[in-house]
Design a protein around this ligand. Structure first.
Ligand code: KIV
Length: 266
């Protein structure tokens, strides 16, 4: 029987000082293969608005779309924990609405949700979700849903004071019940300091090697998304060329009459 990654597994990883991996997925078959590869957490990131749907920011995706993508990914995953990134405006207006929208993702097969940012309101949302039985992954540092107030893709936590502030916020997320915290675009030394002073694991998204886990967008890892490449992303394959070459060969075969062959007909 396949052993499912749960919040307890994640806590255990931190206690044992063991690294774990997080990768995004937006569809059934990708989720299935990355699960089989042993990835610990599969994240239906709202990055899908940009890398899968072609929008310029993550703002344009909503609850209904995230339900569909969550359903598809959860169907493909057996071992990993499935986490849905809650989209812009799905948890910001009031707590009952936040609980309902996050609960809808659990009904679609997610095991937890991720929410961005820090405020007294966000802390109340995390507490209420946790009380409701919905584990929450926090997200600090650069938070893409706040791109307009942050003034662009900017590194966060560059000074000692800014690092202390992120640590303070992370501790409050932890006290409110968050089981882990993503640190995005934070200098490695700042992320190290934050990681060493937290009980819950930190997940680096461009925050260096001392975090407890690493997350990347799968389309960057596969070499599929090519509009831009974040400095911290590593490309492990060339899916762009693979897709191009397969499509080109199919196109040529159709036009030259090589497809279908006698084996491919009834
Ligand atoms: O949307 C996303 O994919 C994310 C991760 C990269 C952390 O938030």
């Amino acid at each position: 029987m396949v052993k499912k990654v749960t919040v307890n597994t994640i806590r255990q990883y931190k206690a044992n000082n063991e690294k774990f991996s997080v990768l995004t997925a937006y569809d059934y078959s990708t989720a299935k293969y990355i699960d089989e590869a042993g990835i610990d957490i599969v994240l239906i990131g709202d990055s899908l608005a940009m890398v899968a749907l072609g929008y310029e920011t993550t703002h344009c995706i909503g609850v209904e779309e995230m339900k569909i993508f969550t359903h598809a990914v959860a169907k493909g995953v057996e071992h990993a924990m499935v986490v849905t990134d809650m989209p812009f405006l799905s948890y910001h207006t009031d707590i009952p609405c936040a609980v309902k929208n996050c609960g809808l993702m659990i009904k679609e097969g997610a095991n937890a949700v991720k929410i961005e940012g820090y405020s007294d309101y966000i802390l109340s949302v995390i507490s209420r979700l946790t009380e409701t039985g919905i584990p929450v992954m926090g997200h600090l540092g650069f938070t893409p849903q706040f791109i307009n107030t942050l003034g662009g893709y900017k590194i966060q936590g560059k000074t000692q004071q800014a690092t202390e502030e992120i640590l303070r916020q992370a501790k409050e997320l932890e006290n409110a019940g968050a089981f882990s915290v993503v640190l995005e675009m934070v200098p490695q030394d700042s992320a190290k300091y934050i990681t060493e002073n937290l009980t819950v694991p930190t997940i680096s998204c461009g925050a260096g090697k001392y975090c407890d886990a690493q997350v990347l967008v799968s389309d960057d890892v596969f070499g599929k998304f090519s509009d831009f490449k974040p400095k911290f992303a590593r490309k492990y394959g060339d899916m762009k060329s693979l897709i191009y070459n397969c499509a080109k060969e199919f196109n040529d075969d159709v036009k030259s009459g090589k497809f279908p062959s006698d084996d491919e007909i009834f």
